[in-house]
Unconditional design. Sequence first.
Length: 148
Amino acid sequence: MSVPVSKRAKGKLEVFTLINNLVQYTEQKVQNKNYFSFALNQVVNEKIVPNNLKPVLAKNIYSETLAIKNYANRANKVYVKTSADYTLRREFQNKAITEISALRKDIERAMIVCNIPGKEIYYWEGLLHTIEELLRNWRNEEYIKYMG
């Protein structure tokens, strides 16, 4: 018997599925030559957009996305037996959340510099918002469980 959609709860590991989706989506955007590199015949005003800014921005966005994944995976790998284990797990959770903030700023910069359509940025931001919310809920539930 299946559970009605309205009564389904979010799985505890759903955040990892969404983070994998974020990494895949980011890879697609970063590899899109229309956004993150210049065509040879494209006229560019060097004072506004330096020629090497887009590849650097793409690298930052991708590395921040991977950092979110790494920190979340590290937090998940910590088996909590002592308060030191809990502190280590919470530290990794906080670092993942912090990387989301850094990624948001670079995505906003990319939207302006690379002329990425708002619809694509909206999807990206939606993923980030959901992941951040799930990470915060995970962190808060563990605070209640281990410290509460």
